[in-house]
Design a protein around this ligand. Structure first.
Ligand SMILES: Nc1nc2c(c(=O)[nH]1)N[C@H]1C(S)=C(S)[C@@H](COP(=O)(O)OP(=O)(O)OC[C@H]3O[C@@H](n4cnc5c(=O)[nH]c(N)nc54)[C@H](O)[C@@H]3O)O[C@H]1N2
Ligand SMILES: Nc1nc2c(c(=O)[nH]1)N[C@H]1C(S)=C(S)[C@@H](COP(=O)(O)OP(=O)(O)OC[C@H]3O[C@@H](n4cnc5c(=O)[nH]c(N)nc54)[C@H](O)[C@@H]3O)O[C@H]1N2
Ligand code: SF4
Ligand SMILES: [Mo]
Length: 734
């Protein structure tokens, strides 16, 4: 079909290829959804190498959200109590640039903050870095990836010498043992899981191990499910290493020639005999032995992980402890093997490449490195010293800086922090203190709009052209296939226009996203993520995987990193590191006896800005439910369907209970998808705490201590009736 546009699904990091079909097609009436909106239809792109035509319910229905509840015009107000007034772009940008200038002069560049997102395209990310870290001299650019991939980034960097997942999806069909830990792949990376499940079903000798306190959809297919106590991953992995050592199932040659630090590590894992480990993890010794045997006997072991490891106050240590197992058994740099971090958002990978965290610079560089800063300053034609040497404020530090009145201007784009930040009441109070908040989003209302002074309408996926990188380093061009909603503009164009108005005309003289991408790829030369051979033009016929250097096409043939078993550390060796678990940052106590864990459901995406507006995905889940084990429910005399209050040291929610065998005793689960627009008092982040991993600075969103009591019936209010006061009133931006 000629009128189909090939692109990438804008939801998860699997990065499935989509074909988008317009509402009006030759010889057919205009397609409309149940509310009469023109309907863009999507289907899998059979030629996309990552997904081969498969899609899940989210990719299949995304077209239905494109035209609903869009933010169409810039809107301004002088205080959060005032109604918004529609303003022209010129007026909006004049106000914004005046504010930026005033804050720079009066408080310095460190009072400017931008909070972005893995839902930016690479061009958006890159221009934001150039504006903030380069031209404005503020490293205070952080992204929601801090709540997501930061521990994986830090773990890869410390163990291998560079960020970058070394594996590819073909490994899903080549492995003998898939070890999934802290990832509900079946619901959150469905097409990755489909590929793996097919391989597992077809080959009986292939083992699937799942480590998760919940018996998830992923665990249901496993040969072995280890329902460990939340937070006991390091102990489990050290216990497995202990048995591998005891059974002499090591790759001595690999350890000898390709790694550093094994002796110290071996001394630590000596201290993890099976009995002690099984007890600490809440599993049996035979379960621990079986898991280790599957690993030891497999020729090729692929581990897959996601937020169950990353979102932890010891997230980096967890990631490194998992990588240790690969290093001691030589399970990296070969087909079907390796530690594979599954990326959450569609372009969190592109964000890492473009330097989209407060300590990074484009091309997998860091702000702390003087040579790296110099490369960027020269490339950006800025005076030496323009880029600050200290890492900027990370996500939670931005909240703390707001509390201390150290932020003059906060610019939030493509994320909904008024729902997704931990310790939400505190975070919302901090947002309320911001003297000036710009919120650049595609939809209205969203919860964060209530905290903004200036709303800027963003063109979203399908309305702008740009690239995104998925979990397996495949870069796909996503062309615009429809005009932006009303006055909406691509994020990168908004950043560039602000840059020009601030006097950086040469730095932002781009005519197209293609030019932006061409400039960006030059900054990846010689780096692990070298994609100097890529351009919009060369991506037009189809996606390409990095590394893709311009001057060495042979490298582009290699689907995996580190196949030569040399790592980008000073001595070329990967690094062991040993850790003892410090346990949960907030362990259960008599007053708060349950561990609450939080996460996702198959049909919803984060804060529902799209999936809440699509009939099929909205009606999959009537309301948020708290999962609890039947024995816990019996003890508290609670039943499925009953209302309960869940209380932590920071806040409370009221939700209905779902009693289920699929969760271990002592642990309860609440999905993250319901902010105040979608339910009354059901925000799971009202409960979570902001303790972070000291290395990655990623918060422990996966565990906090809670107390549960029954309450009399409460009614879940429909969208917008929940907290009318939270929504700005006035001229409709719709
Ligand atoms: N349907 C859907 N898919 C998505 C998203 C979405 O919103 N909806 N979001 C995308 C994004 S940005 C991300 S980051 C990914 C997240 O993908 P996942 O990480 O797979 O999803 P989560 O549900 O957050 O958490 C995964 C699992 O961690 C388990 N867990 C909790 N504590 C522990 C622990 O201490 N140890 C271990 N081993 N496991 C633990 C939870 O029980 C849960 O099943 O999903 C992406 N895909
Ligand atoms: N308790 C708990 N909290 C969590 C998590 C958890 O597991 N548990 N997970 C964390 C993780 S891993 C993540 S990734 C975050 C996600 O949390 P958020 O990033 O806050 O969630 P989203 O709903 O994806 O918000 C994306 C916003 O971007 C807008 N948008 C979409 N496309 C564009 C665009 O092209 N431009 C602009 N400007 N806007 C656009 C959407 O309308 C939406 O408002 O939540 C984190 N918070
Ligand atoms: S698996 Fe992820 S990328 Fe693929 S269709 Fe579903 S949401 Fe989109
Ligand atoms: Mo994420």
């Amino acid at each position: 079909m000629t009128d189909a546009t090939k692109t990438l699904c804008p939801y998860c990091g699997v990065g499935c290829g989509l074909e988008v079909l317009p509402p009006a097609r030759r010889g057919r009436p205009v397609q409309r959804d149940s509310q009469g909106f023109p309907l863009w239809q999507t289907r899998g792109d059979r030629n996309h190498p990552s997904s081969k035509g498969q899609v899940c319910v989210k990719g299949a229905t995304v077209g239905e959200a494109l035209n609903k509840d869009r933010l169409k015009h810039p809107m301004l107000r002088s205080s959060l109590e005032q109604p918004f007034q529609q303003v022209s772009w010129d007026e909006a940008l004049t106000v914004l640039t005046d504010k930026i200038q005033t804050v720079r002069q009066q408080l310095g560049p460190e009072a400017l903050c931008m909070y972005g997102s893995g839902q930016f395209q690479t061009e958006d990310y890159y221009i934001a870095q150039k504006l903030m870290k380069g031209c404005l001299g503020s490293n205070n650019f952080d992204a929601n990836s801090r709540l997501c991939m930061a521990s994986a980034v830090a773990g890869y960097l410390q163990s291998f010498g560079s960020d970058g997942p070394p594996c590819c999806y073909a490994d899903l069909e080549l492995t003998d043992c898939a070890f999934i830990i802290g990832s509900n792949t079946a619901e959150c990376h469905p097409i990755v899981f489909n590929r793996l499940r097919k391989h597992h079903k077809k080959n009986r000798q292939v083992k699937l191990v799942v480590v998760d306190p919940r018996r998830t959809e992923t665990a249901k297919d496993a040969d072995l499910h280890l329902a460990i106590k939340p937070g006991s991953d390091i102990t489990l992995l050290n216990g497995m290493a202990h048995l591998l050592l005891r059974w002499c199932k090591l790759d001595a040659l690999f350890i000898e020639e390709c790694t550093h630090g094994f002796t110290d590590y071996a001394a630590v894992v000596e201290q993890y005999p099976p009995e002690k480990v099984a007890q600490a993890c809440g599993i049996t010794v035979p379960e621990l032995e079986t898991a280790t045997r599957y690993w030891a006997e497999a020729e090729r072991v692929l581990s897959l992980w996601s937020m169950g490891l990353n979102q932890s106050a010891e997230g980096t240590a967890k990631v490194r402890t998992l990588i240790n197992l690969h290093l001691m058994t030589g399970q990296v740099g070969k087909p079907g093997a390796g530690p594979f971090s599954l990326t959450g958002q569609p372009n969190a990978m592109g964000g890492r490449e473009a330097g989209g965290l407060a300590h990074l610079l484009p091309g997998y560089r860091s702000v702390a490195n003087p040579e790296h800063r110099q490369v960027l300053e020269q490339a950006w034609q800025l005076p030496a010293g323009s880029i600050a040497a200290a890492p900027g404020l990370d996500t939670w530090e931005m909240v703390r800086a707001l509390e201390r009145n150290q932020v003059g201007l906060l610019w939030v784009a493509a994320t909904n922090p008024a729902v997704s930040l931990p310790d939400l009441e505190r975070a919302q109070a901090a947002l309320r203190r911001s003297p000036f908040t710009v919120y650049q989003d595609a939809y209205y209302p969203t919860e964060t709009a209530a905290y903004a002074h200036l709303l800027l309408p963003a063109a979203q996926w399908g309305e702008k052209t740009g690239v995104m990188t998925n979990s397996e380093r495949v870069v796909t061009l996503c062309p615009a296939f429809c005009p932006p909603a009303a006055e909406a503009r691509p994020d990168w164009e908004i950043f560039a226009e602000v840059g020009r108005r601030l006097g950086f005309t040469e730095q932002f003289a781009f005519q197209s996203a293609a030019e932006v991408f061409t400039e960006f790829v030059q900054l990846t030369r010689g780096r692990v993520c070298d994609m100097t051979g890529l351009s919009h033009e060369c991506l037009a016929p189809g996606p390409k995987q990095w590394p893709y250097p311009a001057d060495d096409p042979s490298q582009a043939m290699d689907k995996r990193l580190y196949t030569d078993l040399r790592f980008p550390t000073p001595d070329g060796r990967a690094r062991f590191a040993s850790f003892h678990s410090r346990g949960l940052a907030e362990p259960p106590s008599p007053e708060f006896p349950f561990v609450l864990t939080t996460g996702r459901l198959y049909g919803h995406w984060h804060t529902q800005t799209r999936t809440g507006r699509i009939e099929k995905t909205r009606t999959m889940y009537a309301e948020p439910l708290l999962e609890m084990n039947p024995r816990d429910a019996q003890e508290l005399r609670l039943q499925s369907g009953q209302w309960v209050e869940v209380r932590s040291r920071r806040g409370q929610v009221r939700v209905k209970l779902r009693v289920t065998q699929t969760i271990r005793r002592g642990t309860v689960f609440l999905p993250m998808h319901w902010g105040v627009l979608w339910a009354t008092a059901a925000e799971c982040n009202a409960l979570t705490h902001p303790e972070v991993c000291p290395v990655s600075l990623e918060p422990e969103l996966k565990a906090c201590a809670v107390h549960i009591t029954p309450v009399s019936d409460t009614v879940t209010a429909p969208m917008q009736q929940a907290h009318p006061e939270a929504m700005p009133v006035g001229a409709s931006p719709l």
